[in-house]
Design a protein around this ligand. Structure first.
Ligand code: ATP
Ligand code: MG
Length: 398
């Protein structure tokens, strides 16, 4: 028995197409996930209806790539991507086909898909169409190319990264000839846009098997970003919190330690990671490499200067490098709720305005009060802080 079943709005889309005389199937990741017993992330439908026919069947639909046969159908607040059966034309840049052709048959559509587990079609009748043996591969937890692996990776190099991503996320093995072909074609990933590489790499990093990044490196899939292809022990990453910046900090710390990158910021920027994540992760790595603060007060000072997010990245990088024993103090300060930043200070700029402080001086006094609270946590109380601020106002002559 399947654990999950398609929601009503998805069923209604399949139903409607069938009622109008078209064939319609669930296809791709959602069928794979249903068979595995995972909740599908999104629902894709394929059909023999042409894009213009799909749009005439559904009042609320939008052309979101009809050149590739895709129409988005809206049902209430939900949406389903409906794609016409197609076959891909010639590939010339290792990324995407020069043209696509709409075709009448389902098998041809499934043949263009990457892996057997992603090439199963499920109609409303519930009888799966599985011409490439995807269900057996799912049962054996195997990732296998549809067709000849060398050719499929030559067409689109992203498929190699997807194989590693599915292996990490689903915990599946990569079938032997598929893996061999990845090793032979890995350098073709140099033709891919950095954003697409980053997205697959990040999915591996955030999975429960982030150590597979070592295999991505040794297979040569990341040579544009990490020159070295030696194996590296990344086992420590799996224990880090599932937060993007913290995991990137952990990865950078280990790569830096092994001299596989020379500068975390440059490395992350080359992957076109967003600037806020780059800043937090790189700051965390840098702080983790300096002498750790000797006291709780010093940890709080560090946090007040760099903020909670950089603090968490510092802990993640240090955990990856030295083990969690070293960062207990830092993590306990962050989770204790103790005040180390203006946000947690019980007095704000409004009260200081009332006491007569203005502009730059107001900011200085807030930080003076914060410094006081770092050393005297019990004084983080509005009345106590008001009285301290009043004393400062008097000595300022206000
Ligand atoms: P996810 O769970 O991440 O959504 P998915 O397999 O559904 O995984 P999508 O990117 O949503 O991935 O793609 C939907 C389907 O389109 C895939 O299952 C596969 O059949 C096909 N597909 C996607 N990308 C490729 C590709 N690069 N080459 C061949 N087929 C692909
Ligand atoms: Mg999907």
């Amino acid at each position: 028995m399947a654990l999950f079943s398609p929601p009503k709005y998805v069923i209604s889309v399949l139903n409607r197409l069938e009622c109008k005389g078209f064939s319609a199937y669930l296809v791709g990741g959602c069928v794979r996930d249903l068979l595995i017993g995972r909740r599908p992330a999104d629902w894709d439908v394929c059909t023999n209806a042409l894009p213009c026919e799909i749009m005439s069947v559904f009042e609320h639909s939008r052309d979101t790539g009809s050149k590739h046969g895709t129409v988005t159908v809206f049902v209430g607040k939900s949406k389903v991507e409906v794609t016409t059966f197609r076959s891909d034309g010639k590939y010339t840049d290792y990324r995407r086909p020069e043209s696509v052709t709409f075709i009448p048959d389902l098998k041809g559509d499934l043949a263009r898909r990457d892996f057997t587990m992603n090439a199963i079609a499920l109609p409303l009748s519930g009888l799966a169409f599985d011409p490439f043996g995807g269900a057996v591969d799912i049962e054996n937890r195997l990732i296998r190319c549809v067709g000849e692996p060398n050719q499929r990776f030559n067409e689109d190099a992203l498929r190699m990264l997807r194989a590693l991503r599915f292996s990490a996320v689903l915990g599946f093995e990569i079938e032997e000839s598929t893996l061999e072909a990845i090793g032979e074609n890995s350098l073709l990933t140099n033709f891919l846009a950095a954003e697409r590489v980053c997205s697959e790499l990040q999915s591996v990093l955030m999975s429960s098997k982030p150590e597979l990044i070592s295999q991505m490196i040794s297979l040569g899939l990341l040579t544009r970003y990490i020159k070295d292809t030696q194996e590296i022990d990344l086992a420590a990453l799996a224990a880090l919190p599932k937060s993007r910046a913290e995991r990137w900090a952990g990865l950078c710390a280990l790569l830096l330690q092994s001299k596989m990158i020379s500068n975390p910021e440059d490395f992350l920027q080359s992957l076109r990671l967003d600037s806020s994540t780059v800043h937090k992760a790189a700051c965390g790595v840098k702080l983790s490499l300096s002498e750790p603060p000797s006291s709780k007060l010093m940890w709080k000072k560090l946090l007040s200067r760099h903020g909670t997010d950089c603090g968490k990245c510092t802990a993640a990088a240090a955990d990856a490098l030295y083990g969690t024993e070293h960062t207990k103090k830092l993590r306990s300060v962050i989770s204790s709720g103790e005040c180390y930043c203006l946000k947690r200070l019980k007095i704000s700029g409004d009260e200081l305005l009332e006491l007569g402080f203005r502009g730059k001086r107001l900011g200085e006094v807030l930080y003076e009060l914060l410094d006081h609270v770092l050393a005297h946590p019990n004084d983080n109380d509005l009345e106590v802080l008001l009285s301290l601020a009043t004393d400062i106002a008097k000595s300022d002559g206000l």
